[in-house]
Design a protein around this ligand. Structure first.
Ligand code: TXA
Ligand code: MG
Length: 362
């Protein structure tokens, strides 16, 4: 039986629909639901058997820990607050006040009711408080925290619509709550507060600059070590489990083009698209500003993700654009790079991973 896809109001979720989904969570089943970043695949975080179903449905390796979603400040059951030193505790308080609910995950000491399978055996747990009203309502109605990775097959592009979830997981789960397209479009930023200085493990919806500014404003050390670079590519130890290079990838082979010179970047994309289009179906991932320069290309599928001056818009559209190119049957994708400021760092990170190291630097 394929999954049931149920529409739910993203702003005012209907209590009867949320009640049904919450009952499934409580009985150990899986429910996909919208958050403001991407869709999550949820199970009762206190139930090891239910969480095992997440790993099976996604085809996810057991070494990859899952984020626990709470409706508000996590209790002692979820986080062992006493394990944190004074600075880390004050940092957690400042960051939670500023960004939670929101697109931030904090790595904290694991509480006593979180089974080891959730955290891949680690003594820490990733905790997020999603802002999306559907996610909030579901967690509250379930009465338990919800363990949820992104609701895609392992290493595929994260889903930003219920239709993306359906395409990846319809044969493997029971219910998908359809609350429309997600707002941010890229996963949460992950900050590890169990090390000093704190480590940024993944760029995401809350920019690094904002995290640093928040700590500085609270009179706390603002130094954050960035360890999101793709250690796995060079055979080094992973800074965190699950930080594999090939992650967030479309089916088509993606090449990322980088240049400080916009004219040179466009000329290279144009020439390569034209050359390859003679033999294969080419996808181009572009900014709105590029479009006039590519209008006459034939046998090329173009996806415009947004303006170079609106990186939040680019983040919002990125994953849907990659999936749209796959759906059009392209065999290769040539992607432009975007400015690295603010949420642009997360966009760049996802494009680098999707490229699996295939980067042309002009
Ligand atoms: O925005 C998001 O974070 C979405 C929505 C659904 O909340 N979730 C998400 O989950 O992106 P997932 O499973 O696709 O990515 C979670 C990543 C893991 O791959 C791992 O790298 C990191 O979070 N993680 C989770 N718990 C951790 C821990 N205790 N220590 C280190 N890293 C952890
Ligand atoms: Mg994921």
């Amino acid at each position: 039986m394929p999954a049931e896809l149920v529409r739910v109001s993203p702003a005012q979720p209907e209590p009867e629909i949320i009640g049904r989904a919450a009952a499934l969570i409580r009985s150990g089943q899986l429910v996909a639901f919208p958050t403001e970043t991407v869709y999550g695949l949820g199970a009762n975080a206190f139930d090891a058997e239910a969480v095992a179903r997440i790993f099976a449905a996604k085809g996810r390796p057991s070494i990859d820990p899952i984020i626990v979603h709470c409706a508000d400040e996590p209790s002692e059951d979820v986080v062992d607050w006493a394990q944190l030193d004074e600075t880390a505790r004050r940092s957690a308080q400042a960051l939670m006040a500023a960004f939670m609910p929101g697109a931030l995950t904090l790595v904290l000491p694991r509480g006593k009711c979180i089974p080891p399978i959730v955290t891949a055996g680690l003594a820490t747990v990733g905790v997020r408080i999603p802002a999306h009203p559907v996610a909030q309502a579901l967690i509250a109605a379930a009465g338990v925290p919800i363990a949820a990775p992104s609701a895609n097959r392992f290493s595929h592009t994260s889903p930003t619509t219920a239709q993306h979830v359906y395409a990846d997981l319809s044969e493997r789960i029971d219910l998908i709550l359809d609350g429309g397209a997600t707002d941010v479009g890229i996963e949460s930023s992950i900050l590890d507060l169990c090390s000093a200085p704190p480590r940024l493990l993944r760029h995401g919806g809350v920019p690094l600059e904002a995290l640093q500014a928040c700590l500085a404003a609270a009179g706390l050390p603002e130094g954050i070590q960035v360890v999101t670079r793709h250690a796995a590519a060079h055979g080094e130890a992973l800074p965190a489990p699950g930080m594999l290079l090939k992650h967030y990838a479309p089916r088509a082979a993606l090449t990322l083009y980088e240049s400080a010179d916009e004219a040179q970047l466009r000329a290279a994309l144009r020439a390569e698209a034209r050359r390859r289009a003679a033999a294969e179906r080419v996808g181009l991932l572009l900014a709105a500003e590029d479009a006039p320069f590519m209008a006459d290309l034939t046998n090329v599928c173009v996806e415009i993700v947004g303006s170079l001056s609106d990186l939040a818009g680019v983040a919002h559209n990125l994953y849907a654009a990659l999936r749209a190119l796959d759906d059009q049957g392209v065999t290769c994708i040539l992607a432009r790079s975007f400015p690295e400021t603010g949420i642009g760092a997360a966009v760049r990170d996802r494009l680098l991973r999707a490229a699996s190291g295939c980067v042309v630097r002009l």
